[in-house]
Design a protein around this ligand. Sequence first.
Ligand SMILES: [Zn+2]
Length: 579
Amino acid sequence: MKNIANQPYRVLARKYRPATFEQMIGQDALVQTLTNAIALGRLAHAFILTGVRGIGKTSTARILAKGLNCEGADGAGGPNMSPCGTCNPCNDINEGRHIDVLEMDAASNTGVDDVRDIIDGAAYRPVSARFKIYIIDEVHMLSRSAFNALLKTLEEPPDNVKFIFATTEIRKVPVTILSRCQRFDLRRVPVDVMTHHLQTIADSEQIKAAANALVHIAKASEGSVRDALSLLDQAAAMNADEISEQAVLDMLGQVNTDLILKILQACLNGQTAAALDLFATADACGAEPDVFIADMLDNIHLASLIAGGAGSSDQPEAQSQMLTAIATVGIARLGRAWQLLLNGHREIKDAPNPKTAAQMVLIRLAHIAPMPTPAEIIKSLPEAPMDAHTTQTPTAVLSSEAPRTEADPVPTQVAPTQIPQTETSLVETDIPSQLANEKSSPPETVFSSLQDIVISLNEAGEKILAARLRQHLRPVSLTDGKLEVQIDGDVKQENFLSDLARFMSQKSGQPWLVFQAAQGGGPTLAELDQQAVEQKKKAAAEHPIVAAILEKFDSAEITAVNLHNAKDETHSNDEVKNA
Ligand SMILES: [Zn+2]
């Protein structure tokens, strides 16, 4: 800062606060609308200004207040949008001491009593000015009762009273209030306009700055003039000679959105090395891994909005262009990236080394992103597979055969239930009848298979015994009152077999003996279940769609198969997971 230090230093944001609409940048549409309204004599009683913080809402409110009350240099002027800045009302409003222009911050005056003062005051004529003007900042913070009180005045406003509301969160303002206000949306200042503005101020303050340095500041400010000027202040204070590009990047300390977007794009293009290189840059800037991933999530969200057809008007132009480019990968891919990053974000918080965890997330994203989506795979398949599938399912085979049995009135419904009876072993089909017997004569359970015993144990709450049996008993023989088994593995409980015999005797009402054999045992129940799952997986892998997925993805594997009965098999629900 090369200011001669005669007067106290004023921060740039305050010093260059616009006093007229001409000095205000990036809000041409707002100025034009207001100018037209004044020219046509159609001024609203209440205005509401909305936009992100630091964008000029309060400045606009004050300029508007001046414009409404300006008397012109000759004291004879009317309302205009180029307030003279020299008449008494202009001067007093500039200095914040006009008796008829009252500013209130709703953030600290939320209650109905605070609003009551305004409402009472509004009943009186202005003391000296044309209009009594109430500027209420952060109006969304008002309580509901305060809004209600205010509403009465807004419904029948005195002629010489104007309200100017400002808010960062327009959605929190009740629609009853909004409907009585003329609304102005203050846009983020575009990067090129902001850069030019910064250059003008730097010149007049004799601050030397590299052009790119100002561009970075303009980008980092995300359209807020106040933030941009604060950053320029900071950079100037830290760099006596000239503000270099690197100095600004170091000062920002954060990963700028550009870099985030570049990393995102590299990942979505499958360029792992490029993504990791860029991440190294981000890391060198001191990026916090979880904040970094959260930023990526934010940008995926923005790109998805664009891909979904929503505009991107609220973004700086350069970013908007990159987001639009990213959006071209389509909603399906963006959604997949979102999921992956979201999981990654959780992992990073738990990871002993967040930086390496973030790298892993990027590698995974770059690996998966270019892969076709399930919808694309199905689309790329030849037309035949759906037919091939249905002819393979037992349901279809049976239902096509069913009409031959003329006597059967509803062949397709009966057919599936016949499958287990004809195709599976006796042991399994016996189970329902055994259960039915048990219901009619509760104390006597018949054990004809290990499965029977497990069911009975589970029903009796003997979960541990049941689990041991499933895992460790290899059946050798099971005849009336005598079970011979081989024990597989190390079973800790010594009384296992005698406990089992006692349980079976109690349940069946007849004495059971359980012997341990040295050899000759069949597979355990657990092994049988595992075999069944493997068979299902094998069958699933032969399904044309699943086979195509497995072929397209080297690392894909079937991790689970939902076991259905035959009737449901057309809705095959195999989960294919990328390792
Ligand atoms: Zn004036």
